[in-house]
Design a protein around this ligand. Structure first.
Ligand code: ADP
Length: 260
């Protein structure tokens, strides 16, 4: 709490009392901490691949280049780390763009089947690589007012996670249901699952349950923060349920109509 005080003096210079103003600055301090943590996290996330690229380049220049096999291996690492940096910068730009004042959604009538189809074709290679199957339950043509590009982005992020945090040959189920004024989308996987204790922090930027696994699968730790932001921009909600070793389900509710 910040406290300001001032004496109240009467017309004849007599002491009348004191005015005390108290401001609850808990929220301000929390916001400041979130901002500082974010900057520290971004710096750390950027520094890790840059350090690796720098180290391997120096080693190559100092002579490792003479051995073609070593050179190929090092260049492979440099390429992977550069891809990581690229992805991270793309996700950071996407998030900051969404948070800027000029950010608006391009609303149109969107058929959910198109959203799911576009997202599935965007992740088809990853699905194939892990020999994973998908089941879709979309009765008829469910349409909502939404921004198709952003909704596809949401589905791609959730599907990418479902693939990354599952072992081979597993199935992902995507269901869309009509729920009166809203629609419900569910994406269920048979993956590694998430501890209940971790669930409340899952949508925070850079929060990962297993940093190494996220890194290995090319994750930036920003996917779910982007999902939450885009769904809330559509006046929707996103929830998660999970069981270790059984799988995870993300549930999205979106209004069918938007108020402009
Ligand atoms: P990342 O790029 O690390 O995947 P996200 O923001 O997309 O970042 O997800 C945050 C964390 O939530 C992940 O690092 C992972 O630990 C966990 N997670 C997300 N989706 C799933 C899922 N389908 N199954 C298990 N864990 C998941």
């Amino acid at each position: 709490v910040s406290v300001y005080g001032a004496p109240v003096i009467g017309r004849h210079g007599n002491w009348l009392g004191i005015v005390v103003v108290m401001h609850d600055i808990t929220k301000l301090i929390r916001l400041e901490k979130v901002r500082k943590d974010f900057v520290a996290n971004v710096s750390h996330e950027l520094r890790t691949p840059v350090t690796s690229i720098k180290g391997f380049t120096e080693t190559l220049l100092e002579g490792a280049m003479d051995d073609p096999a070593v050179m190929k291996m090092f260049l492979g690492i440099i390429q992977k780390e550069s891809d990581r940096l690229h992805l991270l910068i793309d996700d950071l730009l996407a998030l900051s763009g969404m948070e800027s004042e000029g950010f608006t959604l391009q609303y149109a009538t969107v058929d959910m089947k198109d959203v799911i189809d576009d997202a599935l074709s965007a992740v088809s290679r990853n699905l194939e690589q892990k020999k994973m199957k998908t089941i879709t339950n979309i009765p008829g043509h469910i349409t909502i007012e939404g921004d198709i590009v952003r909704l596809v982005q949401v589905m791609v992020n959730l599907l990418t996670n479902a693939i990354n945090y599952s072992s081979e040959n597993k199935t992902i189920t995507i269901s869309v249901t009509d729920a009166n004024e809203r629609i419900r989308i569910e994406i269920s996987d048979e993956g590694i699952g998430i501890e209940h204790l971790e669930l409340p922090r899952l949508f925070e930027r850079f929060y990962r349950v297993d940093r190494a696994r996220s890194r290995d699968s090319g994750g930036t730790g920003l996917g779910l923060a982007i999902v939450k932001h885009l769904i809330e921009s559509h006046n929707g909600t996103v929830d998660v349920e999970s069981e270790i070793g059984v799988g995870t389900t993300f549930q999205i509710h979106l209004p069918k109509k938007q108020d402009y």
